[in-house]
Design a protein around this ligand. Structure first.
Ligand SMILES: [Zn+2]
Length: 580
């Protein structure tokens, strides 16, 4: 199989490697075209629905999102925030009801998936969630209301190159596809695993060996388990991934495609690869991570981050990539509130990403987002798997999937190892990700918590907008601005102390009147949310006051309040009549 990737494949380019799923997709598109079941592009049916029990490539995901945006231009917009290593666009779908205000003027939740290539469920969830929001608008009052006041930035394919390498080329991959010299021989990516028996899959190879560390499971001999000291009766095996020793160094498959870990490439608490494998040569060396940081900094309305991964069936919470003892206790309290809700809504547990002062990850997205932007981020590890072990997964695919994920062990003459057997359990759509038949169900589990998180954002509201005539004919304008959200406008103590979020300000816009008391723009500082944080602003509301004198023809005034995180809110125009 050709594992060299040099250019972004366009949506309808057939990949060069083995790609049964892709050929299936092309056949389906042609069938649908002939039968007129779906429009010409993408997988969106005429009624706006999508088959969610399918994994979509980057090209298909883009086509699906483009179809939504075309159908609902007031609700969804597709934005490219940069290019991947191979030059593919990094698409974000921006979702909000634009009739009630611009996306940048509303608090926003950022949701992505598929930073890690093989973790296809995470990309599927992001796309599903975008579809859920768009399809529910006008049908579900909660979503309809939420989209009037909030924005979602959803990015299904953080790493489109790697995600497509896994889905379309059947390459086992975590990293991006930038070549990395994993074995230090001066050549990158020269010894990948390969489909040497040509059955379309890279499976396992086993070699009978009295010193082997594997043995057939006593419960089901098709599965190999670790040999115990007490296991005296073989046969015992050594197990490798399918492939040959391309570079002749005596090791098999030790330098395959890529090797960078994009979620170790973020700047806060980044560490060199000797400490953090996959970190890359320097922070933000990769176009995918650089575009992410640029996008989040350029969108200060982002109040929360959900950075989806697969698998495990839990969520990683902060702290991540830092000493837990250095983490703010008040912010941990906020995190605990959201975490409790995660368990209540999904039935799944929460785990800290970092539990040791130094033995932790380095250079993760959510660590950067917290320390440098004051934003609380989450790493859901989707898909709890089937049962408790591979044996359960094996039985499930026997009973429900016609045995399609197990390849019986078959003899093969390997060029350097001699007689081996190739076969075993294929785990990609069984253990690592759900079988497509269970994908929609898995995605649906997460929607209520994502909606909940969005609803916790700070949100400014204007109350008691009043005008009163003074004895001298001038008009006193007053209004109260309130943060009705759960989070304060500085999001976290970290946000407040690092002064990254622009606080609340009120301003008056006038025609046909002169300002005689009060500054046109009034800084109000930050407003607390429902949860008051120790040592932080306590007030949730503040008053604005101006005195204006209308011209003889009369005029109007509009009060505008805004903050980076709580949105921008305008009063209705206030008529200012001259006092005759
Ligand atoms: Zn991951």
């Amino acid at each position: 199989m050709d594992s060299t990737l040099t250019a972004c494949p366009s949506a309808l380019d057939a990949p060069t490697g083995s790609a049964a799923p892709w050929r299936g997709a092309v056949v389906r598109v042609l069938l649908f075209l002939l039968l007129g079941v779906i429009p010409a592009v993408g997988q969106v049916r005429k009624d706006g629905t999508v088959d969610w029990n399918r994994y979509y490539s980057s090209g298909e995901s883009r086509a699906i999102m483009a179809t939504w945006c075309e159908a609902k231009p007031d609700l969804a917009r597709l934005v490219s925030i940069g290019k991947s290593y191979l030059g593919c666009d990094l698409w974000v779908i921006e979702i909000t009801d634009r009739r009630t205000g611009r996306a940048e003027e509303k608090p926003a939740l950022y949701v992505d998936g598929n930073i890690h290539s093989g973790e296809l469920t995470s990309g599927a969830l992001a796309l599903y969630f975008a579809g859920y929001l768009i399809h529910s608008h006008g049908r579900d009052p909660r979503v309809t209301k939420l989209l009037q006041t909030h924005t979602f930035y959803v990015r299904p394919k953080f790493n489109p190159d790697g995600a497509d390498a896994t889905l379309l080329r059947n390459i086992a991959l975590r990293s991006s596809v930038r070549p990395v010299d994993n074995d230090g021989d001066g050549i990158a990516d020269e010894d990948p695993a390969e489909d040497i028996d040509g059955d379309g899959f890279i499976s396992l190879m086993r070699i009978a060996d009295p010193k082997g560390d594997r043995v057939a499971s006593p419960e089901d001999p098709r599965i190999l388990v670790r040999r115990k000291k007490t296991d005296k009766e073989g046969p015992f095996y050594r197990v490798f991934r399918e492939g040959i020793d391309n570079d002749g160094d005596g090791r098999l498959n030790e330098d395959g495609l890529g090797g960078l870990d994009l979620n170790r490439n973020f700047p806060r608490n980044w560490a060199l690869p000797f400490r953090q494998p996959g970190a890359g040569p320097f922070p933000l060396s990769e176009p995918e991570t650089h575009a992410t940081v640029r996008f989040i900094v350029d969108h200060p309305n982002i109040t929360g981050i959900v950075h989806n991964h697969t698998s495990g069936g839990f969520v990683f919470r902060l702290p991540s990539a830092s000493d837990p003892a250095a983490f703010d206790k008040e912010d941990l309290g906020t995190i605990a509130t959201f975490a409790k809700k995660f368990t209540a809504l999904t039935g799944r547990p929460v785990r800290p990403s970092s539990t040791h002062p130094t033995r932790h990850r380095y250079g993760t997205l959510i660590s950067w987002a917290y320390w440098d932007r004051g934003i609380i981020g989450w790493v859901p590890e989707l898909w709890p798997g089937i049962g408790k072990s591979r044996l359960d997964a094996l039985r499930y695919q026997d009973e429900h999937l016609a045995g399609r994920d197990f390849t019986p062990w078959k003899p093969f003459d390997h060029p350097t190892l001699g007689r081996v057997e190739i076969g075993g359990l294929r785990t990609r759509f069984l253990v690592q990700n759900p079988p497509p038949e269970l994908l929609e169900k898995e995605c649906a589990v997460h929607v209520p918590w994502l909606l909940y998180l969005a609803e916790q954002a700070p949100r400014l509201k204007l109350e008691d907008v009043r005008s009163a005539r003074r004895e001298d004919g001038a008009i006193i304008l007053t209004a109260t601005v309130r943060n009705t959200g759960f989070l304060p406008t500085h999001l976290t103590r970290r946000g407040f102390l690092s002064k990254v979020q622009r606080p609340v300000a009120g301003r008056i816009e006038m025609e046909g009147a002169d300002l005689i008391e009060g500054s046109r723009r009034q800084d109000l500082g930050h407003l607390a949310g429902q949860r008051a944080l120790e040592g932080m602003p306590k007030e949730r509301a503040k008053m604005l006051r101006w005195v204006v004198r209308p011209t003889p023809a009369g005029g109007t005034a509009t009060i505008v309040v805004s903050s980076d995180t709580g949105g921008t809110v305008r009063s209705k125009p206030i008529a200012l009549a001259h006092d005759d």
